[in-house]
Design a protein around this ligand. Structure first.
Ligand code: AHR
Length: 656
């Protein structure tokens, strides 16, 4: 099929004439009465530590296995000379450290190299803060020399910056130095030498952070990509990692708070979930823990939505009922949920609230939602959820509870769980759909007939996965945009929606497509990111009824591949139209319910259009397919416009 090359969807002709010679898709928008409010939580983000999203991604730490706590203590490190790993360090839950001693000959060296996450990415001139805990166990003064180096380089000298730090005394102390690279390198290493006088030095929790990390925690470009989405809700910490492959590896929020030096690591289930993309050194340092998630919600202006384990290990990976906590033994899990609410909202002198205060946030985080369980199914799930609902309702009637409809977008489990969630009184139900083109094209009206009296919908994980094309590409994103008109039209029942997964390292992914990709130095925002961003930015306050020949515009037969919805935002109107067909379409907006004296004026259009259906953005070409803005000159109660083939357009209008 030959596609029109001109990406500019032009918009055209103002007019008060509602008819035209060509075929016109007449969209009627009723302004008489504002429809359902669109929740501020409507469009959001879902974070899971998959694809090296936390360590190696959003968490700006550059050192892998910084506390020698991986099961193989030197994973991520290369040791040389005389290095021993000891386990009686200063941090109870992370007891390991390295002892560096004199190698016994003036020409030999003792030390450690750290490989980082797919290398250590550093930028010329940017400062990097090196910190570690150290002591000289036999007393006196010792020294270490830290270098950033590239050992694969042909250059005469491998290192390109170095600092020497004196370590003294047999008490553990924190040391700090600044490394400023003289060149940019995506794949450096951190090299540590035991320096003269070669006094034995113990070293622990070796950290390297770029100084531009937001609050010393979040990688700047990735955090910015989240803020720019204007997310209303922030679900964390997963996904399957909430459940764990077994209960021992579930995400335990209590291990993720307090001083970072004392947070025990957790095995990341995405290390081995897909043996064809196996990452033997994928662990969670919990450096990005619940405090950091709550704080990030605050920074980017979204409501936090933590998910806790309901005592069921991943049901995909466990057939035996013995893998799960029996309902009668769920009390500690329920207590974890109650304690989490205290951690987020409790007074600064309460047990868990005081930990939050010590960590730097005496004010509450104002948590309003909690999710219990992820993709669970069978009778097991409602049985496990019930004690949580009872305890949470009793102690915290103000907190909204999010239940789950399982891993499928429809079918037996889905049909079983929805009524169960209603019976239990869940406030929202999390639905997941990673589905092909046809599904997205056929689901524009999915929520039109949902029960208006039941729990609200949280479309908690979704993405268009074309068959055989499980990577990011424009056409899949376009269908997501089309489907989202149905979310918007049904804002009375759909209160939250989050694309998934959020992040992926180009060298460390297990699952795609994803919303934001990066390597060690740069990142790019996919077309799906732009779709989400446009929905977030043009969310509006209330829905407006929009129909074509009296029916919603959701890609039905006779609707020429169009999907559309409209919202009101003060005096502004945002009409979202998605043309999934390969032909440009003439549109006519007919505004009804207006007073005689009122008129509608066009302001601009934002257009995300392309004929490169199977392409996306990339590290090399981050702006291959991005939205463009055009002026939209139009006035009247009927307005003609046009939308190009394969195009998502937002028409911004105002009424006077
Ligand atoms: O987003 C990746 C995974 O997909 C999530 O962990 C899980 O909830 C779903 O199966």
């Amino acid at each position: 099929m030959k596609l029109k090359l001109n990406l500019i969807v032009a918009i055209l002709l103002a007019g008060s004439i509602c008819a035209s010679a060509q075929q016109v898709n007449s969209l009627s928008i009723n302004l008489k009465k504002a429809g359902a409010p669109i929740q501020p939580t409507m469009y959001g983000i879902f974070f899971e530590d998959i694809n090296f999203a936390a360590d190696g991604g959003l968490y700006a730490e550059l050192v892998k296995n910084r506390s020698f706590e991986f099961p193989y203590s030197l994973q991520g490190w290369k040791a040389f000379g005389k290095v021993e790993i000891k386990d009686d360090g200063p941090f109870e839950r992370c007891p390991h450290y390295a002892r560096l001693s004199d190698p016994g000959h003036a020409h030999k060296q003792t030390g450690l190299d750290n490989e980082g996450f797919f290398g250590i990415g550093v930028k010329e001139g940017l400062e990097y803060k090196l910190t570690f805990w150290g002591r000289t166990p036999e007393g006196g003064s010792g020294a270490i020399r830290a270098e950033l180096a590239n050992t694969t380089s042909m250059e005469e000298v491998h290192y390109f910056c170095q600092e020497t730090i004196t370590v003294s005394g047999s008490e553990w102390k924190k040391y700090e130095a600044t490394l400023t690279p003289t060149k940019t390198d995506p794949k450096a290493i951190l090299r540590i030498f035991l320096e003269a006088p070669r006094t034995t030095v113990d070293i622990e929790h070796i950290s390297l952070m770029p100084v531009d990390a937001i609050e010393g925690v979040y990688r700047a470009d990735l955090a910015q990509a989240l803020a720019d989405l204007h997310p209303g809700i922030f679900r964390f910490p997963g996904g399957c990692i909430v459940e764990g492959t077994d209960l021992a590896t579930r995400y335990n929020w209590k291990n993720s708070v307090g001083p970072v030096e004392n947070r025990p690591i957790n095995e990341n289930r995405w290390e081995y979930t897909f043996p064809h993309r196996f990452y033997p050194d994928y662990f969670q340092s919990y450096g990005l823990g619940f405090y950091e998630f709550f704080r990030l919600s605050e920074i980017i202006g979204s409501e936090p939505l933590p998910i806790v384990s309901c005592g069921l290990a991943c049901q995909f990976q466990n057939d035996s009922p013995d893998a799960h906590v029996p309902v009668c033994e769920l009390e500690p899990y329920v207590q974890d949920a109650l304690d989490l609410i205290e951690f987020a909202n409790g007074p600064a002198d309460s047990k868990w609230g005081s930990l939050r205060a010590q960590m730097g946030h005496p004010e509450p985080f104002n948590l309003k939602y909690i999710g219990v369980g992820n993709e669970q199914w069978d009778q097991l799930y409602p049985d496990h959820l019930k004690p949580f609902v009872e305890a949470l309702r009793k102690a915290h009637p103000e907190i909204k509870i999010v239940g789950s409809s399982g891993p499928d977008s429809e079918g037996a489990q889905f049909d079983f769980l929805w009524p169960e969630m209603k019976k239990l009184g869940a406030d929202l139900v999390d639905e997941h759909f990673y589905r092909p083109y046809e599904w997205f094209l056929s689901q524009g009206a999915r929520y039109d007939n949902y029960d208006r009296k039941g729990p609200k919908v949280f479309a908690g994980e979704y993405a268009c996965h074309a068959k055989g094309k499980k990577w990011n590409h424009f056409y899949a994103s376009l269908l997501e945009a089309a489907f989202m008109t149905g979310l918007e039209r049904n804002a009375d029942v759909v209160h939250m929606a989050t694309y998934a997964p959020l992040f992926a390292h180009v060298e460390g992914w297990q699952w795609r497509p994803d919303l934001i990709w990066y390597d060690n130095l740069s990142s790019f925002r996919t077309v799906s990111w732009h779709v989400q961003q446009l929905y977030g930015q043009y969310r509006g306050e209330n829905t407006l009824p929009l129909t074509m020949n009296g029916t919603p515009v959701c890609g039905d037969e006779g609707q020429n591949g169009l999907f559309a919805s409209a919202v009101k935002d003060g005096k502004n109107i945002y009409v979202k139209v998605v043309n999934t067909s390969g032909e440009p379409q003439n549109l006519n907006f007919e505004f009804t319910g207006l007073k005689k004296k009122n008129t509608i004026k066009g302001i601009k259009t934002i257009n995300l259009c392309s004929d490169k259906l199977y392409e996306d953005n990339s590290i090399e070409v981050p702006c291959n397919i991005v939205p463009t803005e055009q002026e939209f000159k139009a006035e009247g109660k009927c307005i003609d416009a046009q939308i190009d083939a394969y195009c998502f357009s937002i028409f911004v209008l105002a009424y006077e």
